[in-house]
Structure formats: structure tokens, C-alpha cells
Ligand binder design. Structure first.
Ligand SMILES: [Zn+2]
Ligand SMILES: [Zn+2]
Ligand SMILES: [Zn+2]
Length: 745
């Protein structure tokens, strides 16, 4: 067996390399690569120091490996030839030494049919080889229903099987059928064949082992490398054939590795050896005077190194980023500071400041970018622009600041709000340097103000004793006097007093006399409106203290004399009780109205005595027998709608007064406290005693508990007080009720 072999020799492997083309491509690739770096320069190729073109070579070995396996095949024979037995053994065959035809011819063997064993027929499966099957009509019973000649239906001998129970099998001939594998010949033939399976192997070989890691040698070799030539062989390529394309020593060392491990029945059926050439370039670059960095571009596509291979542009980008951060802080931060300095700065100057700082930042950013690339001329040009923007920003910042002169100008022109804004922007009002201008502003404001309150607000901000304060006070006094007199003319002393109280803190020091006169005027108006002597005495006294005049003093004396007369205790004249009671109440009210009299101790003492006297005098009037109106007054009741009963309830005791013919004919006392009705216990005794004394018009003691009489405690005791019968009801020693005079429970 000879194997067909074919070899082909391809193009000249030593193709000339165009160094200029590689340089050009590498330059382009470098430009593209740098553009992917942060803050890429616009003309990256300017930074290339050298481009070193190179050519790399790599080989590829494709191997097709075929495996042959020997297998038996079989089939039917034509006719029934004599049996030969097996002519060959499969494991003794080397498939690579035979052709398909020779193997078939030498191994073809005739054997008895393995299915039927030689006869060419096998027993019938349907009848089990007997040739008969059970009759389906009678089911083997030989009898079946049918119709007799007279038309009646009955069980008769089976007609299908003639009452035998079985019929002949229709699927066979006397119980046997022809054998299908041998088509009835009783023989089979066998022969040997080989089956092929194919696998492939790919090996990349390079001059330089480090190249194996490069992308173009692993994928896309066609894209990045040029095929210089190829050798193919049907069967294995020999080292001699490959030798012209690879250095001899390299071949010596590595060719052995290309051997492929083959299995027993495997053979290399073809091999293809390809030689590729790929361009590469080492590009050195540097920014300004830095030491160059070298990066490598590979393949026809000039595959770029990873971004991390760069050092110089990254370092420069960090500087630019830092500068940007500072500039952004400046361009945003400074206007923000002006914004928060106050509304004074919220104007066109701030806009101008934003614009000039923005311009400054933009120019400065460009400058940093040029400077970090070492572009001296451009940097110089940019710095001129930068200076212009800096000057503009400085000028705007200066112009936007507040000025004292402006504040003064505003005051003189009457633009007080503008002046106020300017001054506030200049600093705190407490600043001594600003004090005179603030004073001018307050003065101007006060002279313009129409209400006392506004003028006072300005006045208190001015230093006491300063000429401005004096002017403002003068103005304040005029305004106050006018408003007080207007209020008094309208008989509204309260509003006059309000105006004066606002102005008083500012005026008290310099114009105490004028304030006094105005106060006295107001008090005189109040005096005229008085309805009681107490009111007159009080207002007149206060007016006299505010402004002392002989006439006022004399009048006060007269009012005091009247008061003293009214407060003096006097014996009860012959008048009705009710009238006397009214007089007492009036005197009492006078003492209450007078209250404390720190300015007149003697009058105060008289008022206290009068108060005591009226109280005692009141208590001397008995409730029993009093007219209804008197009783109401004595009990200090506000209503008396019930015509038959008056009720006075304290916290603990209730007093009921029964009316008869318009007079209090009788009264009774009970505990008001629902949980404790007892009148003579610790809590109730004092109140009960006081109420009982009121009823009688003189002090009365509570009765003592009655003595036991015959082992029993009496429930009622009676006694008389000045002709009035008093009945006490008891529960043991507890006083439960008191009845005074004519009263029925
Ligand atoms: Zn057969
Ligand atoms: Zn039958
Ligand atoms: Zn059969």
C-alpha cells in the first residue's frame, strides 16, 4: 500500500518590509491610543521621540490525523454457496497496509445462517409450527349458533371448521416460514472493512517565546500578520522541508515539540506549515524633558498596549485634575461667599464677578494643560489672558464693596433705605468707625418719621448727649406733645398715655419737666372723668407728683377732706335698715377703691378703720326679721327670685331663710357636705357658729350636746335667745340641724 503524497511550495518567505509604512502606522496607532488616556493632548504625535519598526515571524502547523478501525460487516448471499468458514481474523489486520477492496476480497467468508442455522426456514410463530390454529368461529368448541332450515336459531355443529375445532394456519406452509435474514438460502456472508475518523491539531511556533502571549499570535493571525508562504504534505512534514523557513538552532531545539502523540491505528494524513510575518513598532515618547517611556504596538492592526503602560500622560492628567479642582473651587466658591455675605452684594457686580472668575478659571485650565505639556510659548500667551481676567475680577471685587462715602451720599440725597443697606454691608452698627454715619442716618430717619414709635426707635440708638440725639429728642418731644394733646382733645386719655409711655424712656433724661407736664395733663383729663372721690384723690395726687402747682395742691386738699369725711364712722341715723346698709356698702367700696395709699399713711389708716367699722356694723344687723332686700344684701346673694326661701350655701353649711310677708321669719342650718351633715364637728363648727351669729345679729355659741335622759339620748333641744326660739336636732351628740324662729322643715 503506497500513500499518495503531495507537496506545495508557496511564495518567497523573505518579503521586503516597508519600514516607513510601519512607522506611519505606529504613529497613527500611538495617536489613537493616547486619545484614550485621560486629558489627552490634541496633538499626541508631537511627543514621539522615536519609532523603531520591527518585523516578527511566526509559524503555524496544521495537522490532520486519521484513525482506522477494522470492523466486520455481514449480509445475505445470492443462492446457497458452499460454506467456507471465517477466512481472516480482524485483530491480525493492519488497515494501513490494505485497500478497502483487498481487505474485502481477502476476508469475504460464507457461513451458515446464524438465524435459521442453515435450513433457510424457521417454525411459524403463529401456529407454533403445528400448521393448525384454533377455529375463531366456535372458539375450538366445535359448536356454534346458527339458523336451521325452518328459520329457528339454535346451537349447531360449527360450519367453519366442520366441527373439528381447528382450521389450517394461513401464515405458513405446514408450520414453517421462510428465514428472512438469509432470504431462505440458509447462508450469510461476512467481510472486513475499516472505518476512518479524523481529528485536527494546531500548533503555533514563534521565533521568540514571549511572542506567544501577544494577541495577534493567539487570535486573528490573518488580520495582524502576513502569510509569507506555506508548505503542505499528504502525511507528516519532515524537518528538512521546514528548515529553510526557520533558524537552524531554533529548529533543533523546538522541532521535537511539534511531534504529535498518535494512537495505535492513527496516522498523520496531512500537514500544513505556514510562515507569517507581522510588523511591530517600539514607540518612545516623553513630555517636555522627561525620560522617554517606550510602548510597543503589534501586528498589522498596530494593537496598542494597555492604558496602564503609560506613566507620563497619567501623571500629567493628575496635575491637571488637581488644578481643575482648585479652579472650580475658586470660580464657584468666591461668588458663593459673596452670595452669603448678604443681599447687598446681589447685583450686577456679582454677575460680573462670576463672569470674570469663570473666564479666569477657563484660561487658567488651558494654561495648566499647556504648561504640563511643556509648551512654553502657548503658556506665555495664556498667562497674559489670565492676568487680564485676574485684573478684571479684582476690579469688580473692589467695585462691589460698600463704601462710607456712598452711605453718606445716600443720606444727603434722602435715600435712607439705600444708606441703611450700604451701612449694614460695611459692618456692625457697634463698629466705632461707623458710629457717626449711623447717627446721621438715625437723625435723618427720625426727622422724617411721623410716629412717636419710629422716632423713639431711632433715638435710643443714638448716643445720649450727642448733638444728633438732642435734635431727635427735640423732634420726639414736639411729636409726642402734639399727639398727646390731640388725644386729650378727643377725651382719650388712654391713647395719650400710651403715646407718652412709648416716648418716656427716650425723653425722661432731657425733658423730664415736659414729660411731667404732659403726664399731669393726661391725669387731669382722667380726674375730670372720675365719678368717685377715691378716683379723684388718686388722679389728682398723681398729677401733682408729675407737676406740682399750688392750685392742684389746694384742690387735692379739698378732695382729701371730703374723703376723710366719708370714711369717718358715724352713729346710725334714723333711717331704714336698707338705707343704712347701702351707706355701709358705699363706704366699704370706697375703702376698697382707695386700696393701698403709700403717699398718705394717715388716709390709709382711716380707710382701714372705716373698713372694720362697716364690717362690724353690718354684722350687727340680724337676719331674722329682716326685709327681703336687707336679707339678700346681708347674705350677699345676687339673686332672690324665690319669694318664699333664700338660700346661702358655703362649702360646708347651708343656710335657708324662710320668707313670710316679705320678711325673714325663720332660718335653718344644715350641713351642705353630703358625706357629713354633722354641724358641730371640727370642719363645720366655725362656719355654723358664724352663720348662726349672722342670723341673730350678735355672737351666739353652739349648744352643747344634751345629757342622756333615762338611758336615751334626746333628739331635740330647744332654747330661746332674745325672744327667738332656737331648736337643735341631734343624733346622739351630733348636731344635725338648727332651726331659728318660725320655720317648718
Ligand atoms: Zn436463515
Ligand atoms: Zn370451528
Ligand atoms: Zn403457521
Amino acid at each position: 500500500m503506497s500513500r499518495p503524497s503531495h507537496e506545495s511550495q508557496a511564495a518567497d518567505p523573505a518579503l521586503p518590509v516597508d519600514a516607513a509604512a510601519i512607522q506611519h502606522a505606529a504613529t497613527q496607532a500611538f495617536a489613537t491610543w493616547t486619545r484614550s488616556l485621560p486629558v489627552a493632548p490634541s496633538n499626541p504625535t508631537d511627543f514621539i521621540r522615536s519609532v523603531e519598526p520591527k518585523v516578527r515571524r511566526a509559524c503555524r502547523l496544521y495537522t490532520t490525523i486519521t484513525e482506522r478501525k477494522v470492523v466486520w460487516k455481514d449480509g445475505p448471499t445470492r443462492g446457497s454457496p458452499p460454506v467456507t468458514g471465517l477466512r481472516r481474523k480482524a485483530d491480525s489486520v493492519d488497515p494501513w497496509l490494505e485497500t478497502r477492496e483487498s481487505l474485502h476480497e481477502s476476508s469475504l467468508s460464507i457461513l451458515p445462517c446464524s438465524a435459521c442455522g442453515g435450513p433457510g426456514s424457521i417454525p411459524c410463530s403463529r401456529c407454533g409450527g403445528s400448521g393448525d390454529v384454533r377455529c375463531s368461529n366456535c372458539n375450538g368448541t366445535r359448536k356454534a349458533y346458527g339458523y336451521a332450515s325452518n328459520g329457528s336459531r339454535r346451537l349447531m355443529n360449527c360450519r367453519s371448521c366442520d366441527a373439528r375445532g381447528t382450521v389450517s394456519c394461513s401464515g405458513c406452509n405446514s408450520g414453517r416460514v421462510s428465514c428472512s435474514p438469509c432470504l431462505g438460502h440458509g447462508r450469510e456472508q461476512r467481510w472486513l472493512e475499516f472505518v476512518e475518523s479524523v481529528r485536527f491539531d494546531l500548533l503555533v511556533m514563534t521565533e521568540d517565546e514571549t511572542l506567544r502571549g501577544l494577541p495577534w499570535t493567539t487570535v486573528g493571525m490573518e488580520k495582524d500578520a502576513k502569510l509569507l508562504g506555506e508548505i503542505s504534505a499528504n502525511g507528516a512534514l519532515s524537518q528538512d522541508k521546514v528548515a529553510p523557513h526557520l533558524p537552524e538552532d531554533w529548529l533543533q531545539e523546538h522541532w521535537g515539540k511539534t511531534r504529535i502523540a498518535l494512537k495505535l491505528q492513527e496516522r498523520i494524513t496531512s500537514q500544513l506549515f505556514q510562515v507569517f510575518e507581522a510588523p511591530a513598532a517600539r514607540v518612545s515618547y516623553s513630555i517636555a524633558d522627561a525620560l522617554p517611556t517606550t510602548v510597543q504596538f503589534e501586528g498589522q492592526r498596530m494593537l496598542a498596549p494597555p492604558v496602564s503602560a503609560d506613566r507620563q500622560f497619567a501623571a500629567r492628567a493628575r496635575k491637571v485634575f488637581a488644578a481643575r479642582l482648585v479652579l472650580l473651587a475658586l470660580a464657584v466658591g468666591v461668588p458663593f461667599l459673596y452670595l452669603i455675605r448678604g443681599s447687598y452684594f446681589w447685583n450686577g457686580w456679582l454677575v460680573a464677578l462670576c463672569v470674570s472668575l469663570g473666564g479666569f478659571a477657563i484660561v487658567a485650565e488651558h494654561l495648566v494643560r499647556d504648561w504640563t505639556l511643556g509648551r512654553k510659548r502657548k503658556t506665555r500667551r495664556r498667562s497674559i489672558g489670565l492676568a487680564v481676567y485676574a485684573l478684571a475680577a479684582g476690579f469688580v471685587a473692589q467695585a462691589s464693596e460698600p463704601r462710607l462715602a456712598d452711605a453718606l451720599r445716600h443720606i444727603w440725597a434722602g435715600r435712607l433705605d439705600a444708606a441703611n443697606k450700604e451701612l449694614l454691608a460695611l459692618g456692625k452698627p457697634e463698629d466705632p468707625a461707623l458710629q457717626p454715619i449711623w447717627s446721621e442716618l438715625h437723625l435723618a430717619h427720625a426727622l422724617r418719621a411721623e410716629t412717636v414709635k419710629e422716632v423713639v426707635e431711632d433715638a435710643v440708638l443714638l448716643k445720649s448727649g450727642s448733638p444728633q440725639r438732642a435734635k431727635v429728642n427735640q423732634r420726639l418731644l414736639e411729636l409726642t406733645r402734639r399727639q398727646v394733646l390731640q388725644s386729650l382733645a378727643r377725651k382719650e386719655p388712654a391713647s395719650a398715655l400710651e403715646v407718652l409711655s412709648i416716648a418716656r424712656p427716650a425723653l425722661e433724661q432731657d425733658f423730664s419737666k415736659d414729660v411731667g407736664v404732659l403726664t399731669a395733663n393726661i391725669l387731669e383729663t382722667e380726674y375730670e372723668a372720675c365719678s368717685t372721690e377715691a378716683c379723684r384723690w388718686k388722679t389728682l395726687g398723681a398729677a401733682l407728683r408729675a407737676e406740682s402747682t399750688p392750685g392742684r395742691e389746694q384742690r387735692l386738699g379739698q378732695v382729701r377732706a371730703t374723703l376723710v369725711e366719708q370714711l369717718s364712722p358715724k352713729p346710725r341715723p334714723k333711717v331704714m335698715t336698707l338705707e343704712w346698709l347701702l351707706h355701709l356698702d358705699k363706704t366699704r367700696a370706697l375703702t376698697t377703691e382707695l386700696g393701698e395709699t403709700p403717699s398718705d399713711a394717715d388716709l390709709g389708716e382711716r380707710a382701714r378703720q372705716a373698713a372694720t367699722w362697716t364690717r362690724e356694723e353690718r354684722e350687727r344687723i340680724p337676719l331674722i326679721g329682716a326685709e327681703r332686700a336687707v336679707a339678700i344684701s346681708l347674705l350677699q346673694l345676687t339673686t332672690g327670685s324665690d319669694t318664699s326661701l333664700l338660700t346661702k350655701t358655703t362649702d360646708s353649711v347651708a343656710l335657708y331663710c324662710a320668707l313670710k310677708d316679705g320678711r325673714c321669719a325663720g332660718a335653718y342650718l344644715v350641713g351642705a357636705d353630703k358625706s357629713s351633715r354633722v354641724l358641730n364637728n371640727l370642719k363645720h363648727t366655725a362656719t355654723t357658729k358664724e352663720l348662726l351669729s349672722r342670723v341673730m345679729g350678735h355672737p351666739v355659741e353652739l349648744p352643747t350636746p344634751p345629757q342622756l335622759r333615762g338611758g336615751k339620748s334626746p333628739t331635740q333641744t330647744t332654747w330661746k335667745d332674745g325672744g327667738v326660739t332656737i331648736v337643735a336636732r341631734w343624733s346622739s351628740t351630733y348636731l344635725m340641724e338648727l332651726r331659728i324662729g318660725e320655720v317648718k322643715p
